[in-house]
Ligand binder design. Sequence first.
Ligand SMILES: Cc1ncc(COP(=O)(O)O)c(C=O)c1O
Length: 380
Amino acid sequence: MIPKTMLKRLARRHGTPLFVVDHDALRKNLADFRRHLPRVQPYYAVKANPDPAIVRTLYRAGASFDVASLPEFMTVHENIQHLPPKERQDFIWDKIIYANPIKDEATLRALDPFRPLVTYDNFAEIGKIRKHAPHAGLALRIRVPNTGAMVELSSKFGAAPGEAVDLIAAAHRVGLVVEGLSFHVGSQTTNFDNYVQALHLASGIFREAHLRGFTKMNLMDIGGGFPAPYDANVRPFRELARLLNREIERLFPEKNIEILAEPGRFIVATAATLVAKVIGKAERDGKRCYYIDDGVYHTYSGILFDHMRYPVKAFRRGPTQPSAVFGPTCDALDTISLAEPLPDLKLNDLVYTENIGAYSHASATHFNGFPPAKVVHLNV
Ligand SMILES: Cc1ncc(COP(=O)(O)O)c(C=O)c1O
């Protein structure tokens, strides 16, 4: 956690709203992930926070990357290329997976010269990849239970397990090579059973594919979903890791099968804190209402897009009462909380929100002409 005195000092120096990223926390989260899951190579999901400084720090710390669009691909590629030659990638699959199963034709054409590794989950995509990115390697995304995840993904993506081997065969028929499987158990998954079931489904598909002659598959991508410790209800990561290690060893004992994962939130959520300022104050129906200079169209966008609830905390002490906290725009949707326990705040007081690094600044807009929060990087 960044000390409160430092947060206040930074806000005085840089102004608010201020998004403070602690690169020591990024490195620690990545190191924890690797220590607890020694057989799994983390491909940081850039969508969680695509800041190039974050990409560079994680690259230097040994991460690979999951991208979901051509701009994300180029962000990673360029920030890797800018490093000294000895640190550059030799082989792009070791460093980047393009893990959006749906790609437009122009994106496929732009990706093809890089000979990328891309995911797919349907027959139409095979035709597109064959035509526009014939040099790509493929990973088939399968549908797995997302039960209890904060963000559900299985209604949008993933081949039904029953059609998986047909999709592998169809890709091979047109000369493409399927390297392995991928899945996503849903973001902020606290129901660890999702991973167990997903690994089961995947190992069954591996076995069936093997029987039908597709013996070269050697990649198992276990996706994202690893929960950030937002509160005490989230069980420790080491418990999930113990379960995963056991199931991976049991179901994929062959050491030639590479296991990779796409953690986003787990790496970046706890690495950033937002500092905002009270710019307005009113009492409505007996309730204190505070207006701050960041909101749902900006760093708190995760309230809408990520189904998150972000506590807003005060630096000022004093007896608290349930208060409303609104963002700076004219839209009533710009409501951060209707019942935040806050003391009697004054105009220009600072407030802060911790653990706001994932799916926050990444989806901030310029709505009403308010720009996204300024970003400060610590311990780079
Ligand atoms: C394909 C894919 N991989 C990885 C992630 C990152 O997930 P998380 O932030 O839950 O780790 C997402 C999130 O939506 C995703 O869609």
